[in-house]
Ligand binder design. Structure first.
Ligand code: UDX
Ligand code: ADP
Length: 482
């Protein structure tokens, strides 16, 4: 360490994204003596983090703007000078993106850790003293070994000039969930620290102890920590695929998935969370982490294990496709030139993140069927929606035959989407979608007018009273079978 006092250290975070930004903001809030600098090589992103207008922060997360406003310039800084900040840091958090590889060995499954490797090289070239490296990004198991190898090679060269140079690598995966990141960081279920060197573990643990009760801090070996993160996400995603599969069965049999969820969720062994049927899971982690597990299992010849986890991802795709197919069926077998109001594009409410959002595949399939989409999301930018709808590079994506992807427009408010629409399709559970005036919507729409609610957010009776036809996810009752 460059400083003896563990409480007064410099932290550098590499990666000012959905993980790095909120995590460091909360850390700075609770550790006034620590100088925290969040760095990113994307200058535009850093400028947005430094923007005086807080609505321009690159990430929308409830409560984040308040913290940034209060601590930015005091002990929370955003900078594009990555190398300079590495050189003065006692502790470096790596929070860069690790997308699924698109080519080469493991393409479509393994995570691409080229950015992590680049970080390790930057650290190796610029660190000046003893430095603790903390893996924050979700990484394939044994990434710490890659980081260590790079750092060790650098150390052997540098130590001839500077004998005090050395590194420790810790795994400290982030479990925050977007949309509730600040709440999750302020009051985590647990903090997981994986590592070998007790002093380094203690240094990181003491930082968290500023606001997290000691009993919530778990210590494991580094590989268990890395694997625990992948496993946690795989288990959560598995619950969603499970309940979505049961939702389809409910629709076929006359049961109601909300009732089934409630009935099974009261079993304390199962628990009530992550049992909401929806349009399919999205977000940057679930699919990527499961595919990582699949790759790992295949690599070790555990093909049954690999197939088991891959089926969770396959079901998610099937489920999204099921939704677009049933819309076609309800609208008399064709969407040609029919207008659909799409409400919500983010992968869940309270975030502007669209990575792996179910909306992307569902919208593409509806466009392929000839529909004209009018899309509204309160937080996702126009630019992002356009980028997502024109991107085709996903091996799991259900391929489209023609290139009919341009008949969509992006609305500035909900009302604008209703004009002459044949159907309203709710894909994200933004609270404003539960307060729609269905009578006025009905008047603006072409008849018969439909509501497809993939998030169980509408009041079914109000929709039906307004003469609209309704399909709700996993609802096999007569209401939805008009
Ligand atoms: C997830 C993990 O929850 C978090 O611990 C990890 O650090 C990162 O990945 P996140 O992707 O931000 O977090 O969101 P999450 O709330 O887990 O939702 C993921 C997806 O599942 C969303 O598309 C959401 O709409 C969907 N979901 C969630 C359901 O369809 N039903 C549910 O009951 C819960
Ligand atoms: P996550 O959801 O994991 O936080 P994001 O994509 O939101 O992922 O953020 C990761 C950030 O890391 C991006 O802003 C990217 O520019 C940044 N990044 C990636 N590699 C490096 C690097 N070597 N140096 C600095 N920043 C990096």
């Amino acid at each position: 360490m460059k400083q003896n006092d563990l409480k007064n250290i410099n932290i550098c975070c590499i990666g000012a994204g959905y993980v790095g930004g909120p995590t460091m903001a909360v850390l700075a809030k609770h550790c006034p003596n620590i100088q925290v600098t969040v760095t990113d090589h994307n200058l535009e992103r850093i400028n947005d983090w430094n923007s005086i207008d807080l609505s321009k922060l690159p990430i929308y997360e409830p409560g984040l703007d308040e913290i940034v406003n209060k601590y930015r310039g005091k002990n929370l800084h955003f900078s594009s000078e990555v190398e300079k900040n590495i050189s003065i840091a006692d502790m470096i958090f790596i929070s860069v993106n690790t997308p699924t590889k698109t080519k080469g060995v493991g393409a479509g499954k393994a995570s691409d850790i080229k950015w992590v490797e680049a970080c390790a090289r930057q650290v190796a070239n610029n660190a000046k003293d003893h430095t603790i490296i903390v893996e924050k990004s979700t990484l394939p198991v044994r990434t710490a070994e890659v980081i260590k190898n790079i750092l060790e090679s650098a150390t052997s060269i540098k130590s001839q000039k500077n004998p005090s140079i050395s590194f420790d690598v810790l795994s400290n995966p982030e479990f925050l969930s977007e949309g509730s990141a600040i709440k999750d960081l302020e009051n985590p279920d647990r903090v997981l620290i994986g590592g070998e060197n007790n002093q380094a573990i203690k240094a990181l643990s003491e930082i968290y102890e500023n606001w997290v009760p000691v009993k919530k801090i778990l210590y494991t070996n580094i590989w268990s920590s890395e694997l625990a993160k992948l496993t946690a996400n795989a288990f959560l995603a598995q619950r969603i695929s499970s309940i979505n599969s049961i939702g389809a069965l409910c629709e076929a049999t006359g049961a109601d998935v909300r009732e089934v969820s409630r009935a099974i969720g009261t079993d304390s062994r199962i628990g009530a969370k992550f049992l909401d049927a929806g349009p399919g899971f999205g977000g940057s982690c679930f699919k990527k982490d499961i595919l990582n597990l699949v790759y790992l299992a295949s690599y070790f010849g555990l093909h049954e294990v690999a197939n088991f986890w891959e089926s969770v991802v396959k079901l998610n795709y099937w489920h999204q496709n099921r939704i677009s197919r049933l819309i076609v069926k309800k609208l008399f077998g064709t969407l040609s030139d029919k207008k659909i109001a799409v409400l919500g594009f983010a992968f869940k409410a309270n975030t502007n993140d669209t990575r792996e959002s179910a909306a992307i595949q569902i919208c593409k399939e509806l466009l392929e069927e000839g529909a004209i989409l009018s899309i509204y999301d309160p937080k996702v930018s126009r630019k992002q929606i356009k980028r997502d709808l024109n991107f085709i590079n996903d091996p799991y994506e259900i391929k489209t035959e023609s290139n009919n992807l341009n008949k969509y427009f992006i609305a500035d408010n909900i009302q604008e989407t209703f004009q002459d629409a044949d159907a309203i399709l709710i894909l994200t559970e933004w609270s404003e979608f539960s307060n729609i005036n269905w009578e006025s919507a009905y008047k603006m729409m072409r008849k018969p007018a439909w509501v497809f609610d993939s998030r169980s957010i509408v009041n079914p009776q109000k929709v039906l009273d307004a003469n609209l036809k309704l399909w709700r996810i996993g609802d096999g009752s007569k209401i939805s079978n008009i």
